[in-house]
Write a new protein. Structure first.
Length: 307
């Protein structure tokens, strides 16, 4: 069986940061029994799939996202992987049979229109969700204010549209995962003393032109970031461990202390990440991100010098 891993490309995915995140888990994490792993902004799920495979003491998990097409895709993979694979195999065969870029673009646009029109079965909708992710520009998921997916064609000639081995591995590991759709605060209903929360919310933009958090029609602005911090305060008051990722304003502006001020009193570490999803190639590259937690970790020293 193949290793479980993200089935889509997702802006801000944590695959490249796994080792750094692992180093900043609670020092006693593997000694804890029956851990309930909760991820309120699951996105592509890199951390989810890693944690469930690397830490067998995680007995249950809860994931959530505000994007219903994303969470329906997780449910389809968990509950009906073979139906999904069959649909994706048909789509892949059709796409591969097209002889030129113009016909592939037309096929992409037709699929995007069907996807935005909705009225599909969950399996068909999930298949188009994956197809569009594999064939759109830069693998970016973005919607307009009406909630319509509007990323253009990416000109891919022969992308892997149906990765059946990954889908089956993901399905197996998702069997012990509860999947929610909606606001992150609803995950509190599933919290207990054995819970560990990992937050990877839409990142606070580093500039006025860097809004890559339009994964849903609902904005995640500074007010939402503050509401998330208050949620973390509630967890802390209950003795529940959490780790939170976000952008590091200081990486571009030394005077941007938004998160230092917001999370004063908590541990803040910095890690390196490559930002690859940007329409402007000159703006792709290494930047620091922050990791906030409320416990003693394996590595209490900053992974970067303070900026």
């Amino acid at each position: 069986m193949a290793k479980a891993k993200p089935f889509i490309k997702w802006a801000g995915g944590k695959g490249q940061l796994i080792e750094q995140l692992e180093a900043l888990l609670p020092a006693d994490f593997d000694k804890r029994g029956n851990v309930n792993y909760i991820e309120p902004f699951v996105g592509g799920g890199a951390m989810l799939f890693y944690m469930l495979q690397a830490h067998p003491n995680i007995q249950s998990a809860v994931i959530n996202d505000i994007n219903p097409d994303l969470t329906d895709c997780y449910r389809t993979i968990r509950d009906n992987p073979f139906v999904l694979i069959s649909i994706l195999e048909d789509i892949q065969a059709q796409y591969y049979s097209l002889g030129n870029e113009e016909s592939r673009k037309l096929f992409f646009m037709e699929c995007r229109e069907r996807y935005n029109a909705k009225g599909l079965t969950k399996e068909d909708n999930s298949a188009l969700f994956i197809f569009l992710n594999r064939t759109c520009f830069n693998g970016l998921y973005r919607v307009n204010k009406a909630g319509k997916f509007n990323v253009p064609f990416g000109k891919a000639v022969a992308p892997t549209i149906c990765d059946s081995s990954t889908l089956l591995s993901d399905s197996e590991i998702l069997q012990k995962v509860t999947i929610l759709t909606g606001d992150f605060e609803q995950t509190m209903e599933f919290a207990d003393n054995d819970s560990f929360f990992y937050f990877d919310p839409p990142y606070r933009p580093l500039s006025s032109t860097s809004y890559f958090n339009d994964y849903s029609k609902e904005a995640f602005n500074d007010e939402a970031q503050i509401r998330l911090k208050k949620f973390c305060d509630r967890l802390n008051s209950l003795g529940i461990s959490f780790m939170l990722s976000n952008s590091d304003g200081k990486s571009l502006n030394p005077d941007d202390t938004f998160f230092e001020d917001l999370f004063a009193g908590y541990s803040i570490n910095r890690v390196w990440a490559s930002r690859m999803i940007n329409s402007n190639a000159s703006k792709r590259g290494k930047l620091s991100e922050i990791l906030v937690n409320n416990y003693l970790s394996h590595n209490q020293t900053n992974l970067l010098s303070c900026i």
